[in-house]
Design a protein around this ligand. Sequence first.
Ligand SMILES: O=C(O)CCC(=O)C(=O)O
Ligand SMILES: [Fe+2]
Length: 257
Amino acid sequence: MDSVPIVKKIPVFDLGQAQGKERAVVAHQILKAFKEYGFFQRKRIIQMRQKHSIPIVPSIMIQRSTDTGRKCWNTTAILTGKIKKLGQVTLQNIAEGLGLEAEFFGKEHGQRMFINHYPICPDPSSTLGTGGHCDPNLITIFQQQVYDLQILKNEERIGVEPLPHAFVVNFGLPITVISNGKLTSVAHRAVTNTTQARTAIGTYFCLANVVEPAKPFLGPESPSLFKPFKWEIEFLPHYASKKSVYHEALEAFKINA
Ligand SMILES: O=C(O)CCC(=O)C(=O)O
Ligand SMILES: [Fe+2]
């Protein structure tokens, strides 16, 4: 590995722009980035990261030392709240970019935190960190401190340049359904490397309700492409059974499939 080119073009927005006067412009640009790459990046987390960096400690230490455990717990709780806010603003931007009401996605979402650790790998050509997949959840927000993220754009893999103090944001298969096919979730994977171990920390924003195409996208000229489904009990088990092969998990929910 690895002849995959690393692009520097995935747009970066800061949270201030996303909520301020430039909000409508940013929402439009986020949609453009989603159409082109399926990803964008969110800046302006420098103070937060410096103030609340998570100590990575083995879980056995957390069990033994209540002090370390408490610190980790407090830090995680603070970060979870900040990420929640970031997720809410991002979902408002996506809704507005799609021409929906800002609160279309609501304010409360299940947040599932993930920590992926990829050790140094002597032969990255034989081992991926995370195999190619589209995410099953609404949006995902995570850190890429060390390069590993590759996306599939027009059948070609491109690497995403890691930016310090930025989060990577991407959207999953439910947004393909909600937008009635206007946005196609982009497949991606994480690769390993021979020199640096890497830990990716992120949050999946989940759905509680039925997933279906949003009413404003439906009409005589644009019939619904997907049947409604319950995310947690119908979609997730199906996604897991398909071993998350790119967009395949959506096939069963397509109308006239
Ligand atoms: O570990 C990474 O960099 C990406 C992980 C990922 O794509 C996922 O957990 O859905
Ligand atoms: Fe992913």
